[in-house]
Design a protein around this ligand. Structure first.
Ligand code: ADP
Ligand code: MG
Length: 766
């Protein structure tokens, strides 16, 4: 069984490790994954051996506030102050104030003594600083003390233990110094340490707030109420989560569709811009699907619920962002592993330095003495405090995912950040990705003299009505709008990437592409061939309708699909980034080339069956290319999985999104370009931050162990390193979105912002 918990009070990567360890120590817990940026833990356990509240208590026992993820929403509702109370700001202010006093007095004393205008010992000053330290450690630092104690009790050594060891070490020395003149005073150290710690937590909270805002914006699209219609016509107000599959809901003009469903009655123009990126509302009628969150601008709809709220498009999108595993690129996993040995390592080095300097006293080395021993030991503890290390990856990741979400890019797999950087070739599916995926019938050409075009369209539509394929739907749509009633076929079989075979009105029809028909030995004469070529040169997709028993072509139906308006710009941008765009399609080569030419794509892989698409990607990979695939359809799922990076268009099918590493929410190709911008830059920041942090700790610890670093300078260095990592993370600069069209989401920032215009403005008054 899996349970999700909301956790407050985490500071950095060390907290996630502490919680993971604590959870795994509970008998019956099988797997635990803790996400810092969303303050969540996902825990798998054996319900025979342990209950969910027991796990919650075990985490709470480490000093964190924990809720069952489901209860959290109610908890916040009852007490909206919950999250604020955990914000670090008030504590930050207090400690900044005290730290300021210490920062001013300490160097004065330090250098004053060196210069000789202060006596070497100043017990009064030391006493004042001791009071400040005591107040800081046991006041502001109380929660940290408690957490350190709770961790030690469970045998977990984490950053809190290190911090408390440093602070209490300095504090003890300062007390002893008042009594024993030989002991050096480290007054002010404790206060500074606590300040540095709280500062780190505050940075993290700042960046995090901005990252989760993006998710909140998505969830804000979700309507809060729905109107259920009972079979007897009675209407009942409910919340969307109460709706069940099969329920009917009424959606009036100006209201949002509560969940994903199917229109049963009514016609309306729906604003689906958050999914499709189309700023124009789309007209929809009976038997068409609607997405929860889309705005009904003008009609009255009765919608049948097709998915429970939890599985709705919006929730899925939010889940992608929240999935814990998504946040751990391999480099972070590696860093996490190193961190596990880090704290014990630092404590051993600190103890060794202290003992070694004590042992060295009889050797009469320069600088040897109790002062140097204490100084070295404490400095190692302080400089070893891994605040920067713990913030290095989370800050960069939070910033990167937040920026991505603002541009409509959701990163699912953690390694996609790194992989995107290595990509050479971007293979894009034609239908639905480069084009709108909404083909329209443009030409109906009967070949058989006994048929007129209406009759031909009727036959084609009857055969296609069993198929989900966009081409099939377009044919049915064309027949319906021509006034024909489309009868379902008596027998039906689909051949993916080829066509359909169906029995209707007593004859068996084959509807599909040339290869499909020639395989079934239907003769294609030169007239048919000529017509096909003309249509295909014009970028149209031609499908043939044939009678299986007579093996004769009855006619040709041609369809055209318009390229997405931003496609040309996006392709140009990808090229500018040094990537090679390739179009991939099951469609005819001539059609594909015509479309590719329009878009500025030079490489085309056409006439591929769905399974051949993955083969083509593999071929590219064998040639040593790192391949990104962008697609949307069900049959794109294998290709998305085969590619080194799979990018799914958000308006596409669930299967596609499941297999993808990156999901583009607004269906805007500009977001694909943005992914290539955000991903590599985020990865670069992670590396830089880790390097900065390791350099600080890696250089600092030996220097401190050798007794060359005063603990207070160590604290100052620690603050600077956290600050530099924070600034470095925030400094991710994206290219301005060049892919823009009037009114498109790419020109608005953020892409997935709530459409919160007043209803009166969006309802069509006519
Ligand atoms: P794409 O790669 O563009 O998504 P598909 O692999 O789905 O295309 O289909 C490739 C080709 O197979 C289409 O261009 C069409 O010629 C033919 N085809 C597939 N399904 C059907 C169908 N239901 N009716 C007619 N033709 C079809
Ligand atoms: Mg497709």
């Amino acid at each position: 069984m899996k349970a999700r918990y909301k956790i407050k009070g985490m500071m950095c990567s060390f907290c996630t490790q502490t919680i993971t360890k604590a959870a795994l120590k509970v008998p019956g817990v099988q797997r635990a994954s803790v996400n810092l940026s969303h303050e969540e833990a996902l825990i798998e356990f054996d319900e025979q051996r342990v209950t969910s509240p027991q796990i919650r208590d075990a985490i709470a026992d480490m000093g964190y506030r924990v809720w069952d993820a489901k209860e959290y929403a109610t908890a916040v509702e009852a007490d909206p102050g919950i999250s604020e109370r955990f914000s670090q700001l008030p504590r930050l202010l207090v400690s900044a104030y005290v730290a300021a006093i210490v920062i001013i007095t300490m160097p004065t004393m330090f250098f004053g003594r060196l210069a000789g205008w202060l006596p070497p010992r100043n017990p009064a000053m030391d006493a004042v600083l001791l009071v400040v330290d005591t107040a800081m450690i046991f006041g502001v630092g109380w929660p940290i003390l408690r957490m350190a104690f709770l961790a030690v009790r469970r045998g977990i050594l984490n950053q809190h233990v290190l911090l408390v060891a440093g602070a209490l070490g300095g504090w003890t020395a300062s007390i002893l110094a008042l009594l024993i003149p030989a002991v050096p005073s480290f007054g002010g150290l404790g206060a500074m340490l606590i300040f540095a710690h709280v500062l780190g937590g505050y940075f993290r909270a700042r960046v995090q707030a901005r990252a989760s805002q993006a998710v909140q914006l998505i969830l804000d699209l979700e309507p809060v109420s729905a109107r259920r219609v009972h079979p007897d016509g009675r209407e009942e107000p409910v919340t969307p989560d109460q709706l069940q599959v099969g329920d009917r809901v009424l959606v009036r003009p100006g209201e949002k569709v509560p969940v994903d469903g199917l229109i049963l009655e009514g016609q309306a123009a729906l604003d689906e811009s958050f999914v499709t990126g189309e700023s124009m509302p789309v007209d929809k009628g009976p038997q068409e699907t609607v997405i929860g969150g889309s705005l009904n601008t003008n009609g009255r709809l009765v919608v049948q619920v097709s998915k429970p709220l939890e599985e709705s498009f919006l929730r899925q999108v939010a889940n992608y962002v929240e999935e814990s595993k998504a946040m751990k690129p391999p480099i972070v996993l590696l860093a996490d592993k190193a961190l596990a040995y880090y704290v014990p390592g630092v404590m051993i080095i600190a103890a060794a330095a202290f003992v070694a300097w004590l042992a060295a006293i009889p050797l009469n080395l320069p600088r040897s003495g109790l002062l140097t021993a204490t100084l070295a030991g404490l400095s190692v503890l302080v400089i070893g405090y891994p605040c920067a290390l713990g913030l290095a990856t989370p800050l960069a990741l939070m910033r990167g995912t937040g920026l991505g979400a603002e541009r409509g890019v959701l990163f699912r797999g953690g390694d996609s950040f790194e992989r995107l950087r290595q990509v050479d070739v971007v293979v894009m599916d034609k239908t639905g990705t480069l084009t709108r995926g909404k083909p329209r019938v443009t030409d109906v050409t009967p070949i058989d003299p006994s048929l007129d075009s209406t009759e031909l369209l009727r036959l084609a539509a009857a055969a296609e009505s069993g198929s989900e394929h966009p081409l099939a739907q377009a044919v049915v749509q064309a027949a319906t709008s021509a006034g024909t009633t489309v009868a379902p076929p008596d027998d039906f079989e689909a051949f993916p990437g080829r066509g359909v075979r169906a029995r209707t009105a007593g004859r068996t029809l084959l509807v599909g592409n040339r290869g499909f028909l020639t395989d079934r030995v239907v003769a294609i004469d030169s007239t048919v061939q000529q017509t096909l070529e003309t249509l295909e040169h014009g970028g149209k997709t031609a499908i043939l309708v044939a009678d299986e028993s007579s093996r004769r072509v009855l006619g040709i139906v041609a369809l055209a699909d318009t390229p997405r308006p931003e496609a040309r710009d996006a392709i140009a941008d990808l090229k500018r980034l040094g990537l090679t765009p390739v179009m991939l399609t099951g469609d005819n080569r001539r059609t594909a080339l015509a479309v590719a030419r329009q878009l500025g794509i030079d490489d085309v892989l056409a006439e591929l069956l769905p399974n051949e698409k993955t083969d083509e990607l593999r071929n590219l990979q064998v040639q040593g290319k790192v391949v990104c695939f962008v697609g949307d359809g069900v049959n794109d799922a294998p290709a998305l999985a085969q590619a080194d990076v799979g990018i799914a268009m958000g308006g596409g099918t669930d299967a596609a999104k499941e297999s993808a590493d990156v999901v583009v929410v607004g269906n805007n190709l500009g977001s694909v370009v943005a992914a290539f911008d955000v991903g590599p830059k985020t990865y670069q920041k992670i590396r830089q931050n880790l390097l900065l942090a390791f350099a600080y700790n890696g250089v600092g610890i030996p220097v401190a162990a050798l007794g060359f670093l005063h603990p207070l300078l160590a604290v100052a260095a620690m603050v600077l390193s956290s600050l530099s990592i924070m600034l470095n993370s925030v400094a991710i600069k994206l290219r301005p979105p060049t892919v823009a069209r009037p009114g498109s989401p790419a020109t608005r920032t953020p892409t997935i912002g709530p459409r919160s215009q007043p209803v009166a403005e969006t309802v069509n008054p006519a």
